[in-house]
Ligand binder design. Structure first.
Ligand code: CP3
Length: 349
């Protein structure tokens, strides 16, 4: 299994074809996902029922020639396990019933124990590994401390996360206290997912790119580094490659590559060639087509795939993906065009 092309690419070893998976590959664009979600009653129930989480994780693997599965869950399982109360309504996105706003709220938080407080996630990982029969590797994941703190303070999505930024600026000590407990939670959560069977780990720093450079270093990068270092000091996690995806943070690629992670996820605002020139041989790269490409014709999709492969060039260390999650309005047949094009156009010629 460690020979699978996805894991080989993360180690920057030569591969027979460029491996590909898609962020949010188990999601609302698939009719079978919508059917299982309806049976579950809600998104949160779907996440909390290991059999159903396993079912939707495997749906895109059954349909397409994908090279990796990703655990079906959410980054907000940690705040939920901390007692903040997660719900996800159709159309409005995630909501936390009890956001943290004061020093006292934050001082009361403790790191969840993965095998008790987040047992349903660990059970899902074990079940998915069993049901995958080593067909493709399984990716586990968590949110970055900064991104989780944004939701924990705001209580919901936001264009600017102004409340979280205001706390960081007015009372940095309290913000660091929050980021510290979340970073410790994320580190043990990822290590537990690896121990339960996840073969690669990914950290989503979706809102890192909202921060000005000094704030990015202080409130995001510092904790991403802590997580990468802690995963290297953990028995199982040490041999499990870690992918960091800091969206909109291309200004910090070199620093992100120096955290000790195996790979960097990239959004579509930088070319793969330019990113590779900046990080060199330090890390593998994952990405980075604009998800909007999937609204274009099959011919245009293939042209974009060809361009991305050429941009990266004939080097080891590329995992093909979109630059962010697939959107619910995509035609599943266009996804097949993309995946098949990656394999066909990256075949040794
Ligand atoms: O990639 C996968 O297939 C695995 C599953 C996965 C989900 N969320 C399922 C999901 C992963 C890896 C995530 C991570 C996640 N969750 C992130 C980081 C990645 C990113 O997109 O930047 C963030 C910021 C969240 C928080 C979150 N959860 C949001 C913003 C939403 C609403 C999204 C929307 O499109 O409405 C969710 C809910 C969610 N998580 C859905 C899915 C499939 C849609 C829920 C539904 O079925 O109604």
């Amino acid at each position: 299994m460690s020979d699978h092309r996805f894991l080989r690419a993360l180690r920057r070893e030569p591969v027979d074809r460029t491996p590909v998976w898609i962020m949010r590959q188990a999601g609302r664009y698939l009719p079978e996902y919508r059917a299982t979600r309806a049976r579950a009653g809600s998104f949160v129930n779907l996440c909390k029922t290991p059999e159903l989480a396993c079912e939707v994780t495997l749906q895109p693997i059954a349909r397409y020639a994908l090279d990796a599965a990703i655990l079906f869950s959410d980054i907000l399982t940690i705040p939920d396990a901390m007692g903040l109360g997660l719900s996800v309504e159709e159309g409005t996105g995630p909501r936390l019933a009890k956001p943290v706003r004061t020093h006292a709220d934050i001082a009361a938080l403790t790191a969840p124990d993965p095998e008790t407080d987040l047992r349903y996630v660990m059970d899902a990982v074990r079940l998915i590994r069993r049901e995958l029969h080593d067909k493709v590797p399984l990716i586990g994941f968590a949110g970055s401390p900064w991104t989780l703190a944004c939701y924990m303070i705001e209580g919901q999505g936001s264009a600017s996360f102004a409340r979280a930024k205001a706390l960081a600026l007015e009372d940095p000590a309290t913000m660091h206290r929050l980021l510290d407990v979340v970073a410790r939670s994320v580190a043990v959560y990822l290590a537990a997912q690896a121990a339960a069977g996840a073969q690669a780990l990914m950290v989503f720093d979706t809102w890192g790119g909202l921060l000005a450079p000094d704030m990015f270093r202080e409130f995001s990068l510092r904790y991403l580094t802590q997580i990468a270092q802690s995963s290297q000091s953990h028995n199982v996690a040490k041999s499990t490659p870690l992918i960091l995806f800091s969206k909109g943070a291309n200004a910090h690629l070199e620093a992100l590559a120096d955290t000790g992670c195996a790979a960097l996820g990239l959004d579509w605002t930088i070319s793969l060639g330019a990113a590779r020139a900046r990080v060199g041989q330090r890390v593998a790269l994952q990405g980075n087509l604009d998800p909007a490409v999937l609204h274009a014709s099959p011919t245009a999709i293939r042209t974009q795939v060809k361009q991305a492969l050429a941009d990266f060039g004939p080097h080891p260390g590329h995992v093909f993906n979109l630059g962010h999650g697939i959107t619910p309005d995509v035609d599943p047949e266009r996804v097949r065009v993309l995946i098949d094009a990656v394999h066909e156009l990256s075949a040794p010629g």
